[in-house]
Design a protein around this ligand. Structure first.
Ligand code: G1P
Length: 276
């Protein structure tokens, strides 16, 4: 019923220069797996097996990562090294990939609008792979949690998390009425507010389920914060006209768009997943 997931991956990764001069930030590994592959695995777990990526210049290696590498695979086939390819082979068996390029960088809302042709007239997930979200022990991924909610409520959903005051200006922040434990009906939304303007401490994390009417709304949404077309502004319009939910997900989120968060995620994955 909901099968598609969009990955906006055109960003420059400035905070990781010089590493990201010729390599996409999404390919930087958390231990031995590129950041973007964690997000794709989370989508697949949720049943979102049609993966659409909005890429840009210098992002070809993302496409190559999700394609076969005949020479390498031929070389190691039958050897004990083959197991190293197991996770990416599984991803490629289960999912199909499409790519489109964002020519101009005009914000997250605009990046999502660039995915319109790939998505069509269906509800879809959005994963910002900079936000690495790991499930609780034996729990399911954030996207799988959100797909369950979508089946029940059939409207757009954003993932949220409580954040400390000094972090609030980095996020979209919601205002809402709690309709059940951890689930809010959105009544307001502000992109990256100053602390004194923030309506709550509930910050949007990079996981969304969007109904396709969002595309027309984005087209009508003027540039907002930082002169960019913000998905947060489009979602506020959608919330006013109908319903948008905000879901306090179960799991842990690492901000892999920052060097500190990236190192924290690396240590966590090494200790708890790689070594275990
Ligand atoms: C984007 C969104 C913001 C959200 C954040 C989550 O901002 O615009 O609303 O809170 O992702 O990571 P970015 O971090 O891309 O500037």
């Amino acid at each position: 019923m909901i099968k598609k997931c969009l990955f906006p991956v055109a960003g420059y990764g400035t905070r990781f220069l010089p590493a990201t001069k010729s390599m996409p930030k999404e390919i930087l590994p958390i231990v031995n797996k590129p950041l973007v592959q964690y997000g794709v695995e989370e989508a697949i777990e949720a049943g979102l097996v049609d993966i659409g990526m909005v890429t840009g210049r210098g992002k070809r290696s993302i496409e190559d990562h999700f394609d076969v590498n005949y020479e390498l695979e031929h070389q190691i086939s039958g050897s004990d090294k083959e197991e190293y390819l197991a996770s990416i082979r599984e991803v490629m068996d289960k999912a199909a990939f499409s790519f489109t390029r964002q020519v101009e960088m005009r914000g997250l809302g605009d990046a999502i609008l660039n995915g319109k042709r790939l998505i069509g007239d269906e509800p879809f997930g959005v994963v910002l792979s900079d936000d690495l979200c790991l499930p609780e022990e034996d729990g399911e991924g954030v996207m799988a949690q959100m797909v369950k909610l979508f089946k029940q409520f059939r409207c757009s959903i954003v993932a949220i998390q409580e954040v400390p005051d000094e972090m609030i200006h980095k996020f979209g922040v919601i205002e809402g009425e709690q309709i059940k434990d951890g689930l809010f009906q959105v009544t307001g939304m502000v992109e990256k507010p100053a602390l004194e303007d923030a309506p709550s401490n509930l910050a949007i994390i990079g996981r969304y389920i969007l109904t396709p009417d969002i595309f027309d709304i984005i087209e009508e949404t003027p540039p907002g914060k930082n002169g960019e077309v913000q998905i947060t502004d489009a979602l506020l319009t959608q919330a006013k006209n109908g319903c948008v939910l905000a879901y306090k997900f179960k799991g842990r989120r690492f901000d892999c768009g920052s060097v500190e968060g990236f190192v924290e995620a690396t240590n966590h994955v090494y200790e708890n997943i790689y070594k275990a």
